[in-house]
Design a protein around this ligand. Structure first.
Ligand code: CO8
Length: 256
């Protein structure tokens, strides 16, 4: 039974709502456990192609649980960071598209969570930031790495060194989020995006993600070689045959 989240599966979409609004959805150890369990379930579920994460109340995720971290030893902090970064890495490595529907505060580990998703759609009311240095720590959930990869070194350093929060429009301007909508339209906009993705071949989307995620960790020639191999693998799928036949026969593809 899930205590911290509401998990709703509908067709090929799974929506997960982090439901601890009282603590602004701070990442407690119990919540992290539950998120890992959800990912284990999703790994086994071939039906699901798109996963949407959102939060209940005024926060998406207000960060790691500060009360929990306060008395940690360096060894405990390392284990906590590993457990958290493993979770984010699992989302990157899974052959599904993860969308963060950022309803409110996405701070610290919450911003890092959104950064590990493939696409971010934000409510106009959301706020983003990595305020860790104001607490005497650094963004240990991948923030020092993923933020710079998304928005560039200069802006990432500014955000991390000042710890300042930015609004949704500024987040969009710097490329941290893909789209900003009013809060009441967040669900609709997210579903619209999910459905656009789901019209396509999910095996092709999965191979594209693998090429992008793995490729950005390689030098360019090696990444291009990987892309070529994955491109060739597409030709072993039913989806390639269906997609190209549908084009030639001037009909819509019917992907399995
Ligand atoms: N941890 C624990 N409790 C929190 C957190 C948090 N991150 N954020 C909010 N809460 C709690 C508050 O303590 C408060 O509890 P209570 O009602 O019992 O006093 C409740 O949520 C409501 O919060 P506020 O009253 O503060 O609400 P406001 O609207 O006044 O303020 C803010 C909203 C601005 C979001 C404010 O709550 C805030 O600044 N929160 C902390 C944000 C922050 O610093 N986040 C970064 C944490 S550090 C981190 O994430 C490190 C990640 C490292 C990677 C993970 C691997 C370890």
């Amino acid at each position: 039974m899930k205590l911290k989240t509401i998990v709703e599966k509908q067709g090929r979409i799974c929506k997960i709502t982090f439901n601890e609004p009282k603590n602004l959805n701070a990442l407690s150890a119990a919540a992290l456990n539950e998120f890992h369990e959800i990912l284990s379930d999703l790994e086994q579920d071939d039906q699901i192609g798109v996963v949407i994460w959102t939060g209940q109340g005024k926060a998406f995720i207000a960060g790691a649980d500060i009360s929990y971290m306060r008395t940690m030893t360096p060894q405990e902090a390392a284990a906590y960071a590993k457990y958290t970064t493993d979770l984010y890495r699992r989302m990157e490595e899974m052959g599904k598209v993860f969308i963060a529907a950022v309803n409110g505060f996405a701070l610290g580990g919450g911003c890092e969570f959104a950064l590990a998703c493939d696409i971010r759609i934000s409510s106009s009311k959301a706020k983003f930031g990595l305020p860790e240095v104001s607490l005497g720590i650094l963004p240990g959930g991948g923030g020092t790495q993923r933020l710079a990869r998304l928005v560039g070194q200069g802006k990432a350093r500014e955000l991390i060194f000042t710890g300042e929060l930015i609004g949704a429009e500024e987040a969009k301007r710097i490329g941290l989020v893909n789209q900003v909508v009013e809060l009441e339209n967040l669900e609709e906009a997210t579903m619209e995006l999910a459905n656009k993705i789901l019209k396509n071949s999910l095996s092709a989307v999965r191979y594209s993600k693998e090429s992008i995620v793995t490729g950005q960790e390689l030098d360019l020639p090696t990444a291009i070689t990987l892309e070529k191999e994955l491109f060739a693998l597409c030709f072993a799928t039913e989806d390639q045959k269906e997609g190209m036949s549908a084009f030639v026969e001037k009909r819509k593809p019917n992907y399995k």
